[in-house]
Design a protein around this ligand. Structure first.
Ligand code: ATP
Ligand code: MG
Length: 389
């Protein structure tokens, strides 16, 4: 039996003006994501993208799984195709959907006839296909209002598509329709979730990780790289940067008051990240901060961190509880990896009593005791780059 994937666009349908650009980006993203699953042909028709396997050795299941992760897709279905012959339609419907039909109690048939030359009208298709199903699976009942399974028969120009209930897509907007931003990624639970959420709003992601060797290990770096790789299953490939941060951290420790250490360190991260972001054409930063979660995420501390950034900082988790964040982390499959117990540069020099209500004036005074500028430039110039996907 010949099968295809029918993709329904999500918010695209609302974007009247840029619709075709958006659709082109979506198709490009799907193509890139399906490359490793074989050869496919792509056709656009009436807010649907039809993906048809062409080669012999396509991994159709794998392709469906990959499509379910592409942002900009509200729903999709796996459909069987057949000739525009009525006996053929009845037979294919039963062959293709009998397992699904046997698993439910009620169904209805919905027909869409965009080929107006097809001899049967939609209500007749419904009646005939429905009758055929009932004759072969007599334990089923028709429920037109709230069926367990909706059997859809779409008679289009060249072919007929037959499918069951639609599957939920990843939603959001196609990656690349909102520009580009740099995710500050640690090995924790939060930042990978933050990246996922902003990619869902159509942003291409770069990732910046601050490492403090020898205090932090190569294995800790590997863990962050794995997290970026899991996020890339949704966002597409990620330009992954590692910033050598040890010297800056040691200088803060030796020259600034201990109680301000964390906030000053976070401000240095911002200053380095803004420069890297600008070099890469990223117009915003993304962090996994959540209000009040730790001392460095009180409103006052965030205000101090923010003051060191000259481009917008997106904090998609700001109003979320840890439980809610963990639910998303499990869904996108980063949770287990985040739990691996490696050190992060943030935990290397933690002050005993961090100040929870710092002010920008106080911090700027403390930072003024030392000229960090050359160290920031050095960290930027020594940052490494690689593609992760
Ligand atoms: P996460 O779970 O994302 O590590 P967290 O709750 O541990 O977050 P912090 O350690 O205070 O919180 O970090 C807040 C945010 O700062 C992180 O979400 C991340 O965006 C950024 N960040 C922290 N450490 C690093 C790092 N080593 N490299 C890059 N970004 C970092
Ligand atoms: Mg952390």
């Amino acid at each position: 039996m010949n099968k295809v994937i029918l993709v329904k666009n999500g918010e695209l349908a609302l974007k009247g003006l840029n619709r075709s650009t958006f659709e082109d980006i979506l198709v490009k993203n799907i193509k890139r994501r399906l490359k490793s699953f074989g050869m496919f042909e792509y056709t656009k028709a009436q807010s649907t993208i039809i993906i048809k396997p062409t080669g012999e050795s396509t991994d159709f299941e794998g392709a469906c799984e990959a499509v379910s992760k592409v942002f900009g897709i509200a729903a999709f279905s796996v459909a069987a195709t057949c000739e525009k012959d009525f006996e053929e339609i009845k037979k294919t419907t039963l062959d293709f959907l009998s397992d699904d039909l046997k698993a439910v109690k009620t169904f209805k048939v919905c027909a869409k006839r965009s080929d107006k030359k097809f001899p049967l009208k939609s209500p007749e298709i419904c009646r005939e296909v429905g009758g055929h199903i009932l004759k072969n699976l007599p334990f089923l009942k028709v429920d037109v209002h709230n069926p367990d399974l909706t059997v859809t028969v779409e008679v289009r120009d060249k072919n007929v598509f037959i499918h069951g209930n639609q599957l939920k897509g990843a939603g959001g907007m196609p990656v690349g329709t909102s520009g580009r931003a740099a995710l500050l990624i640690s090995g924790g639970i939060d930042s990978p979730v933050a990246g996922y959420m902003m990619a869902k709003r159509g942003l291409v992601l770069d990732a910046i990780h601050f490492a403090a060797p020898p205090y932090t290990s190569k294995r800790a770096e590997m863990k962050v790289r794995s997290l970026a790789s899991i996020v890339s299953k949704y966002s597409g490939r990620i330009n992954f940067m590692i910033v050598p941060f040890t010297e800056i951290q040691e200088c803060i420790k030796d020259n600034c008051p201990e109680e301000l250490f964390t906030v000053i360190m976070r401000r240095m991260m911002m200053r380095v990240a803004v420069r890297l972001a600008e070099k890469q054409g990223c117009k915003a930063l993304i962090t996994g901060e959540s209000l009040g979660q730790v001392a460095s995420q009180t409103l006052d501390a965030i205000a101090c961190t923010q003051a060191a950034a000259t481009i917008p900082v997106f904090r998609p988790l700001i109003g979320m509880d840890k439980e809610e964040i963990i639910t998303v982390a499990r869904k996108i499959d980063t949770f287990e990896t985040s739990l691996l117990p490696y050190e992060d540069c943030c935990t290397v020099f933690t002050p005993r009593h961090p100040r929870t209500r710092p002010t920008v004036a106080l911090i700027e005074e403390a930072e003024g005791l030392y000229d960090f500028e050359p160290l920031i430039e050095k960290a930027v110039s020594e940052t490494s780059f690689e593609w992760v996907d």
